[in-house]
Design a protein around this ligand. Structure first.
Ligand code: GCB
Ligand code: CA
Length: 881
């Protein structure tokens, strides 16, 4: 009896103890991305708890309202409201509760149960609120968030990308014990890990942070900081006893003793250690809070002469810059989409990323650590420091502090940056001397202020910023402010030529021998629809982009005083105000916006990967090919193979076209094409084994001489005024590059080429209309008798070229005037049109005429009055009877 009673009491005690035990001792986190309501526009009353939002759009996070930026230039910049019913689990009674936003662009004002929690400026950093005292006891709460992407007191004010509005990253609900590590230190991890000492063999780890006692009783605590090896075993730990008064905060700093035999972190072998900070109740031993972060052991330096070193060895920074959008979701990428980007970069052999122009998703930083990609991260202060913009400079400083604290525990980060091309506007706006002087002072002043903040926040990393190719940075003294100097150089794209890049870097090194320099941007645009056998600067052909990159990379790789580079940009990204070959998109990517690699991706991969064979026939971007055929002879066109093999052989339908030695990681073959679907195979040897790549091409030969033999079925289009083939992605039809007329053949008569980088309205085939021959007299095809359809393509390219702010060159576009074009075919007047008056400028116009040809040619003649004649494209088609 006695015994039974005793065990019953024991059982009861165990059950009571189990019930009293918190479900989880540690901080709990869960996303609250689901079940939101959204309204585009401003309804101030929506902050109230009882506001009716039943008819608002249902959305989940991540969300942006700016997928319109892929189609319209003036994307919505303004206010959007989000509301959600927020349920707090009953088991969280007595916990400290927080709402954590990973990002809302650009300014967010957060209300819980009608009460304003705060306003956060800056669309790219995290922020959070302690909501413990605002939540309703019944667990039922209303969350309302006003987001504004038009505010000018939050940076950036301008830039070559789309400032997509919305809550476009995760939102988290966090519950912590009242005794816990700080959670409101600018939404950071709350603990900060450094490695004060690292050598080849040993290292120390230091952990600092704030411990909070938010109970109203005294706490006897034990704090422990432990270091775990990459494979999980405990390496070292440190303990400290602490007594905290009710409401007291405690600043701690623990340093482990020198750990021997540590594995260094590097891109080739990114070994991560784990640091666990634990706080326990000293009496019961119960864990009250625990925080785990990664750390790694590495050291690095920038030497203005010798270059970058990692862990004591020379190391070239092989990098890319990365923007964060993807159609059709815009900024609202899922974590796996972010991770996919990092895996692609790693596949390419990247060891460095410039996270530009703003702090990015936690998933990006996490992957940098794990995959081994050194990182430069920056806040978006771009183009100019504005005058009279209240709050702007303070919010810049705040964003800088946030970024550094939030991503402090990512060992991949080596550089913090805070300005991009900050003197760019000064190049376009004609300031008075006084205004210019004030701008210079303001800019230098903010740079100095932010530099100080940066070093105060993090003395373990270096500072940097990116300049455009202009000496004003040196003259004003801005280039003296940071540890590392970044140059964004577009020589050979926005004007100048490729070799001017080498010269620019050499001159800078000579004149500023103490500046460690990174090529923080270089890039050229390309459009998959444009291909050429005769490249020209800014023709947006896939081929010119390749040539540009094939020039820059070896210079960066082989110049010791260049620390490395970061290609602009890893992806084709959203820039709503751009209006070139692909409007709304900056197309300098190594991948398309959907992340399909362009062929040039494999050049970098061949260059940078030495651990695996890379062999890629570089004509995936142009597998629907055409050419102009002389008589019956094959059409010989160059085909490039990117590879890291020493030599490569190319075969066509199994027949060898010979072998070539590879230079600069490519070989070019002359391939004799005929209409059909040939298979090209490249082969070579890697470590004794055969490696192969193969691709099927669809080739169409168009006649150089149109004869009775080949006129049947003829449909021949010409991209007048252009060196490029244009392959329409809506029709798959290829427009051939232009050529002068020769007897027995076809081509233009007179005039000069003209090209603009301005959006063309009323067509999906913009680039076709962006080139023309001005002053053209006519166009002639020598053809047999018969019925033909002749189609003429026009777009008046006169008037102001609506260039994007980033068009660094400023050549004028000339004028077509108000030309009235009298059109005659084979001597017969067929039309008189004025594209400018009838259609407007930069607007596509296509017109077809039927011609009964009784001669041996079809010749279109222009007779312009009031201006110059022009023609943008032409097509001739045989009509079969
Ligand atoms: C730059 C800017 C970058 C632009 C780039 C370009 O120098 O820093 O934001 O997107 O040029 O493509 O013109
Ligand atoms: Ca054209």
């Amino acid at each position: 009896m006695m015994k039974e009673k005793k065990s019953f009491i024991l059982l009861t005690l165990v059950v009571l103890w189990l019930i009293a035990l918190p479900v989880k001792a540690q901080t709990e986190r869960m996303t609250v991305n689901d079940g939101w309501r959204f309204f585009k526009g401003d309804i101030p009353a929506a902050s109230a708890a009882n506001f009716q939002d039943a008819d608002w759009e249902k959305v989940n996070l991540p969300h942006t309202w700016n997928t319109d930026a892929y189609t319209v230039r003036n994307y919505y910049q303004g206010i959007g409201w989000y509301r959600k019913n927020l349920q707090i689990p009953q088991r969280w009674q007595g916990k400290r509760l927080y709402l954590h936003f990973e990002g809302a662009n650009k300014v967010a004002t957060v209300y819980l149960n009608g009460k304003m929690l705060g306003e956060h400026l800056g669309g790219y950093t995290y922020f959070n609120y302690d909501i413990t005292d605002v939540v309703n006891a019944n667990g039922n709460n209303t969350l309302a968030v006003k987001v504004d992407n038009a505010r000018m007191d939050a940076t950036p004010q301008s830039g070559d990308f789309t400032f997509m509005g919305g809550i476009y990253r995760d939102v988290w609900l966090i519950a912590a014990n009242p005794v816990h590590f700080d959670l409101t230190n600018k939404a950071s991890d709350g603990i900060f890990v450094t490695t004060p000492q690292v050598s080849e063999t040993n290292a120390t780890v230091s952990v600092r942070g704030i411990l909070k006692n938010e109970t109203n009783v005294k706490q006897n605590l034990e704090l422990e900081v432990a270091l775990y090896c990459p494979h999980g075993s405990l390496k070292d730990s440190q303990k400290q006893r602490i007594q905290l008064k009710p409401g007291e905060d405690f600043n701690f700093q623990l340093l482990n003793k020198l750990a021997e035999d540590v594995h260094l972190w590097s891109p080739e072998d990114p070994k991560l250690y784990q640091v666990k900070a634990t706080v326990r109740d000293r009496k019961t031993g119960a864990v009250l809070d625990e925080r785990t972060v990664h750390t790694a052991f590495r050291w690095y330096s920038f030497d203005a002469d010798k270059g970058f070193t990692l862990n004591g060895k020379p190391y070239k920074l092989r990098g890319v810059c990365r923007h964060q959008d993807q159609a059709p979701v815009g900024y609202a990428l899922s974590d796996e989409m972010h991770r996919r980007d990092m895996l692609l970069m790693k596949e390419m052999g990247t060891n460095f990323i410039r996270i530009s122009h703003y702090p990015q998703d936690e998933a990006i930083l996490e992957m940098c650590d794990k995959l081994g990609i050194l990182a430069w991260e920056e806040i978006p202060i771009i183009n100019a420091v504005p005058a009279n913009s209240p709050g702007y400079e303070d919010s810049c400083e705040e964003n800088l502090r946030e970024m550094i604290r939030q991503h402090y525990n990512h060992p991949s980060v080596i550089l913090w940056g805070y300005m991009n091309e900050i003197m760019l506007m000064a190049q376009y706006i004609r300031y008075t001397d006084e205004e210019q002087k004030q701008l210079n002072e303001r800019t230098l002043g903010l740079a100095n202020r932010l530099e100080k903040v940066l070093k105060e926040e993090d003395s373990t990393r270096l500072s940097t910023m990116a300049f455009h190719g202009n000496n004003s940075y040196n003259e004003i003294g801005i280039s003296e402010v940071t540890d590392v100097v970044g140059w964004n150089i577009y020589n050979g794209w926005y004007g100048a030529n490729l070799a001017d890049f080498d010269q620019w870097m050499a001159d800078q090194h000579r004149d500023h021998p103490t500046h460690p320099m990174i090529v923080s941007e270089y890039g050229a645009g390309s459009d998959k629809r444009l291909h050429t056998l005769a490249e020209e600067i800014q023709d947006f052909s896939i081929e010119y982009q390749q040539t540009y990159i094939e020039h820059y990379i070896p210079v960066i790789e082989n110049t010791p005083y260049i620390m490395g580079g970061s290609y602009w940009n890893f992806i084709d990204f959203s820039s709503a105000s751009r209006a070139e070959a692909t409007p709304r998109i900056n197309n300098k990517g190594l991948t398309y916006n959907n992340r399909t690699p362009k062929d040039v991706f494999y050049y970098l991969k061949a260059y940078w990967r030495s651990d695996i064979p890379v062999l890629h026939i570089a004509t995936r971007d142009w597998n629907v090919r055409s050419g102009v055929q002389q008589g019956d002879a094959p059409v010989v066109q160059p085909v490039k193979v990117y590879t890291n093999l020493p030599s490569v052989e190319l075969l066509m339908n199994g027949k060898s076209l010979g072998s070539k030695r590879v230079e600069n990681f490519f070989a070019i073959f002359d391939v004799p094409f005929e209409s059909g679907e040939p298979v090209l195979t490249a082969r070579g040897t890697w470590q004794g084994k055969q490696v192969e790549d193969a691709i099927k091409i669809q080739f169409t030969a168009f006649p150089a001489q149109i004869t009775g033999k080949n006129v049947k079925g003829l449909e021949l289009g010409v991209n007048v005024g252009s060196n490029c083939f244009f392959i329409s992605d809506v029709s798959n039809f290829t427009w051939l590059p232009d050529q002068p007329y020769t007897e027995g053949g076809w081509g233009y008569l007179g005039g000069n080429t003209k090209r603009v980088t301005t959006e063309i309205a009323a067509t999906h085939d913009g680039p076709l209309f962006q080139t023309q021959r001005t002053g053209i007299e006519g166009y002639r095809f020598d053809v047999p008798k018969g019925t033909y359809e002749v189609e003429l393509l026009f777009a008046d390219l006169s008037g102001a070229d609506r260039r994007a702010a980033y068009q660094l060159s400023s050549d004028t576009q000339g004028t077509n005037g108000n030309a009235v074009l009298g059109i005659s075919i084979n001597g017969q007047t067929v039309d008189a049109i004025s594209p400018k008056t009838d259609n407007g400028v930069f607007t596509a116009l296509r017109k077809k005429y039927i011609v009964q040809n009784t001669t041996d040619h079809v010749e279109v003649c222009f007779d312009a009055s009031n201006g110059e004649a022009f023609l943008n494209g032409i097509k001739i088609r045989k009509i079969e009877n």
